[in-house]
Design a protein around this ligand. Structure first.
Ligand code: 5GP
Length: 191
C-alpha cells in the first residue's frame, strides 16, 4: 500500500534489534485518516462475508475498530493479555511470547464472543516472528469459527512469521512488507 509505505519512509524510525518505531502514526499517536485508508484496503483484500474481527490489545484495537466500519460495522473482539475479574465466562486461551518484551504470557477471549458460526478476520499492527498471530489463530481454531484470513499493517519480511503463517495455508495480507534494512535504510518487498 503506497500511502503506508510513504508514511513509513517519512516517519518510521529503525531501532536496534530490528524494531521499527511508528509511534507518530500507528502505535502511540494514531493518524485516523491513514487508518481509514488501511481499513478500506483490508476490505478490498478480504471481500468475503466476515462476521467478526479479532485483534489483540493494545495496538491492534484502534486499527481493527476503524477497519470494522468498512465491514458493515461488524463487532471487534480483542484478546486480553491479562486475567481479570471481568473475565468470568468460559475462556479460550493461548500462549504468546512478546516480541518487544521477550516474555511469555497467556491471551484470553471469552468463548461467547467467537462462535462456530463466525467468519473471522484477524487484524494486527505488526508481524515479526508470528507469535501474536499464531496465538490469535489458536483462539479462532479453539472456538470452531471459520478463519477467513489475517490482515497485518506492517510485516517485517526479514523475520520468519510471514513464512510460518503462509505455510499453514492461512490467507495473509500485509499492507507493507519491510525488507532487511541495509545500511539502516528501509525498503519494501514488491507485492
Ligand atoms: P510477533 O508476535 O509476530 O513476533 O510480533 C508481533 C507483535 O510484536 C505485534 O503485535 C507488535 O505489537 C510487536 N512488534 C513486533 N515487531 C515490532 C516492531 O518492529 N515495532 C513495533 N512497534 N512493534 C513490534
Amino acid at each position: 500500500m503506497k500511502l503506508l509505505e510513504e508514511r513509513i519512509l517519512k516517519d518510521g524510525v529503525l531501532k536496534d534489534g530490528g524494531i521499527l518505531k511508528v509511534d507518530s502514526f500507528l502505535n502511540h499517536q494514531m493518524d485516523i485518516g491513514l487508518l481509514q485508508e488501511i481499513g478500506k484496503e483490508f476490505r478490498r483484500l478480504f471481500p468475503e462475508n466476515i462476521t467478526r474481527i479479532l485483534t489483540i490489545e493494545a495496538s491492534g484495537i484502534g486499527i481493527a475498530t476503524i477497519a470494522a466500519q468498512y465491514f458493515d460495522n461488524i463487532p471487534v473482539v480483542f484478546a486480553k493479555k491479562s486475567m481479570s475479574k471481568n473475565l468470568d465466562g468460559d475462556l479460550l486461551t493461548s500462549k504468546v511470547i512478546s516480541y518487544t518484551k521477550g516474555l511469555e504470557f497467556d491471551i484470553f477471549v471469552e468463548k461467547k464472543f467467537l462462535s462456530p458460526d463466525d467468519n473471522i478476520l484477524i487484524i494486527d499492527d505488526f508481524l515479526a516472528n508470528g507469535q501474536a498471530l499464531n496465538g490469535l489463530i489458536d483462539l479462532v481454531n479453539g472456538s470452531g469459527a471459520n478463519l477467513i484470513g489475517c490482515g497485518i499493517v506492517i510485516e517485517k519480511g526479514f523475520q520468519d512469521g510471514g513464512q510460518i503463517i503462509r505455510d499453514k495455508g492461512v490467507h495473509l495480507e500485509s499492507l507493507a512488507i519491510v525488507e532487511d534494512p541495509k545500511d539502516g535504510k528501509l525498503c519494501f518487498r514488491k507485492q
